[in-house]
Design a binder for this molecule. Structure first.
Ligand SMILES: Cc1cc2nc3c(=O)[nH]c(=O)nc-3n(C[C@H](O)[C@H](O)[C@H](O)COP(=O)(O)OP(=O)(O)OC[C@H]3O[C@@H](n4cnc5c(N)ncnc54)[C@H](O)[C@@H]3O)c2cc1C
Length: 483
């Protein structure tokens, strides 16, 4: 059914509603799929999107946007709770989760309407239904519609992974899908998995009043982040009463008098009212590819692609969470652009996964791009490192948010003596608005800028971003406030 009210994709005026041939057919209208559609349409291609639920995908409806909206609720709560220090007596704040959920849904619906309208304005035809790719770039939708694409993007995304013995019931065992729809704050929660999403939920639920325990199998939270950054997050979590247990194995669970008991290796257990299983997401590649398409899927279910997102089938691309690259919306956007440029026969620079920006919205926020100190040293690079805590930054003091730091990792300048640094390899931040502050760090890493080049730029005062500028300045061998 093209252009239904729900999906609000546009029915084309050239009579192709009942199927037809397009320059590009996209299966799955999440960030990867809709970005491919928007970019291709802006380049003049005729585009159809097949979406079984709502355009916007996981990110808009069950991921980035609703999660960050609820984290903003937690931030407002912290602000009000700390208002007295600023001379404002707002009383003891009380959370009305139903009202928060309503606001979250308003934000999601607004963005959904905007996206649908944009797709319609670009002349993209949206077909509501489940699509399957057949050989010869033929796409069959479950209502019988048949489409043919001169190019095809398969971007069916991912779903939460689950654990044996932890069947999701929406009340005691939850995945991200259920956490984002909670209508009451559980008293005691175990979050299994201390990665980005697990830490965001732990932070959110602790701020809303839950007693939270994080159970992580690896030796530390936030694998892949710089060690100094992880230490700040761990300290902040512990101060807020979050119990962090790393290096634990989950053996199963049993019914407790109230709630459930999560069984941990070594005979230990944690009794809670709810368990959030946050152990990653698996690609949704089953039932999408008919026999004989020539599209290969690896043993973990990821569609196999080259660095231009091409599958083994001529003209068929795959991207986003469906392929084995970082599962992030902005990575899906970037991959979509690479794929469409390739379709157009234009030179496309593959995504440099090592230098993409990462943003984690727990409190305190984390953001980084490029190599960690550890990773750089492991490669045998002679590095110079400078760290500046937000405690010395006036704006952070003004905000009352001094927990955090900026850390810059650079190559030692060729022939340099002492601590003099050259090219910037990695920028790592934890603290107030770190996710919004990363921009300069991201550009520095990806522009392969040197500390001398970046230090020449003037930072407005008083801003949080001064911490980055002053850290880089200090790496030239001379400094203002940072030693
Ligand atoms: C709680 C949470 C928080 C997150 N936070 C962030 C964040 O802050 N920043 C960030 O960058 N990323 C974040 N992510 C990850 C981000 O949501 C994903 O990386 C992104 O959505 C992947 O986009 P995609 O298009 O590949 O897949 P999806 O968004 O999963 O979209 C796939 C679409 O395909 C549709 N579909 C599936 N099969 C078919 C079929 N056969 N026919 C038709 N349609 C089909 C689905 O309905 C869906 O709409 C978060 C994820 C979660 C779960």
């Amino acid at each position: 059914m093209p252009g239904s009210e729900d999906n609000q994709g546009a029915a084309r005026s050239d009579g192709e509603q009942a199927g037809g041939e397009f320059d590009l057919v996209v299966i799955g209208g999440g960030p990867g799929g809709y970005a491919a559609a928007l970019y291709a349409a802006s380049a003049g291609m005729s585009v159809a999107v097949v979406e079984k639920d709502k355009v916007g995908g996981t990110c808009l409806h069950r991921g980035c946007v609703p999660a960050k909206e609820l984290l903003e609720t937690a931030s407002v709560l912290r602000t009000v709770a700390g208002a007295k220090e600023f001379g404002i007596d707002a009383g003891q704040p009380v959370v009305d989760l139903a009202a928060s959920q309503e606001r979250k849904q308003k934000v999601v619906s607004h963005v959904h309407r905007g996206l649908s309208g944009l797709m319609r304005a670009r002349g993209i035809t949206t077909f509501e239904g489940t699509g399957v790719l057949h050989p010869g770039r033929v796409i069959r939708i479950d209502d019988g519609t048949e489409l043919s694409g001169r190019n095809v993007v398969v971007s069916t995304g991912s779903v939460p992974r689950t654990l044996p013995g932890f069947d999701v019931d929406g009340t005691t065992v939850l995945t991200s899908d259920e956490v984002l729809a909670l209508d009451r704050v559980p008293g005691r929660v175990a979050v299994i998995g201390g990665g980005a999403i697990g830490c965001e939920f732990a932070s959110l639920l602790a701020d809303l009043g839950s007693q939270v325990t994080i159970l992580e199998a690896l030796p530390s939270l936030l694998a892949g982040c710089d060690k100094d950054v992880v230490a700040v997050v761990g300290r902040s979590f512990r101060r807020r009463g979050i119990v962090v247990r790393t290096g634990v194995s989950i053996e199963g669970r049993e019914v407790a008098e109230a709630g459930t008991r999560v069984l941990i290796g070594g005979g230990d257990a944690v009794e809670v009212d709810a368990v959030v299983v946050s152990i990653g997401r698996r690609p949704l590649s089953e039932n999408v590819l008919a026999d004989g398409t020539g599209v290969a899927v690896d043993d973990r279910g990821f569609v196999v692609v080259d660095d231009h997102m091409r599958t083994g089938a001529e003209g068929v691309y795959a991207l986003g969470d469906l392929v084995n690259t970082p599962q992030l919306a902005h990575v899906a956007f970037a991959e979509a652009i690479v794929a469409v440029k390739d379709m157009l026969g234009e030179p496309a620079v593959p995504v440099d996964y090592e230098r993409i920006p990462w943003a984690i919205y727990c409190h305190p926020e984390v953001a980084f791009a490029g190599l960690t100190e550890e990773a750089a040293r492991a490669r045998g690079i002679d590095v110079v490192v400078k760290t500046d805590p937000f405690g010395g930054n006036s704006r952070a003091r003004i905000l009352g948010e001094t927990d955090g730091l900026v850390k810059v990792v650079a190559e030692r300048a060729p022939g340099a003596q002492g601590e003099r640094a050259g090219r910037i390899l990695g920028v790592h931040m934890v603290g107030p608005w770190a996710t919004e502050q990363l921009g300069q760090g991201y550009l520095s890493v990806n522009w392969e800028a040197t500390v001398d080049e970046v230090a020449a730029f003037v930072q407005p005062h008083p801003t949080l971003s001064e911490a980055f500028g002053e850290t880089v300045l200090a790496m030239t061998g001379r400094s203002l406030h940072v030693s």
